[in-house]
Design a protein around this ligand. Structure first.
Ligand code: E4P
Length: 217
């Protein structure tokens, strides 16, 4: 499963990129607002840090205007992925852009039927939001299983990008289902490294090593 980070904070992106774990980045207008930086500048910087797909979202809601925004965004770098909402105009834009060889991430997906539409429109990635489903008392991961089944039934090559990930169990479930990608905030990716027994074990090893009085090298 590929790991994308869901942020527009370039300090976090740089730090996580050094682990070699990052396969891509997703941003959205709310994350750009949180970063407090110029959208085009921050996206260009992210594209220079991570060679994998970097999602940048259009904010127009009508097809022709979405295409105009996508035109500006895709000039930024070769690894730009245009993010469009799951609307009729968004999917028209998806079809047009993927037809021209541009990667497209269809966002704000909440049902398996919506994911089927995105695949038929040629989406490179579909982003079902699991956490926002959980927030309203529905098991968001159910949708991921349904989408996996449907895409496998018909051989769609649209990649399932599990989004709105809130904790490590979402990551585990996504991997068990066979999602292609997950995108998580930096805090969740850092949580994946942590286990109290790892910390306790390391502490004991280091303390015993000190008692040997030896050094390496
Ligand atoms: C995905 O591309 C979205 O940016 C993101 O995962 C939304 O997450 P949220 O529901 O935590 O805002």
């Amino acid at each position: 499963m590929k790991f994308f980070v869901d942020t527009a904070d370039t300090n976090d992106i740089k730090e996580l990129a050094e682990t070699g774990l990052l396969d891509g980045v997703t941003t959205n207008p709310s994350l750009v607002h949180k970063a407090g930086r110029n959208f085009l500048e921050v996206v260009a910087e992210i594209c220079s840090i991570v060679p994998g797909p970097v999602s940048a979202e259009v904010v127009a809601t009508e097809h022709a205007a979405m295409m105009r925004e996508a035109e500006v965004l895709r000039k930024i770098a070769d690894n730009i992925t245009i993010k469009v909402p799951l609307t009729i105009d968004g999917l028209k834009t998806c079809k047009a852009l993927t037809g021209e060889g541009t990667m497209v991430n269809v966002t704000l997906c909440f049902t398996a039927n919506q994911a089927l539409l995105a695949a038929k429109a040629g989406a490179t990635f579909i982003s079902p939001f699991v956490g926002r489903h959980d927030d309203i008392g529905f098991d968001g991961m159910q949708i991921i299983s349904e989408i996996r089944l449907i895409y496998d039934n018909y051989g769609f090559d649209t990649q399932i990008l599990v989004a709105s990930v809130r904790h490590p169990v979402h990551v585990l479930e996504a991997a068990k289902i066979g999602a292609d990608v997950m995108t998580a905030p930096p805090s969740v990716i850092r949580q994946l490294f942590k286990h109290p027994l790892t910390d306790r074990g390391l502490e004991a090893f280091l303390s015993d090593w000190q008692k040997t009085g030896q050094t390496i090298g």
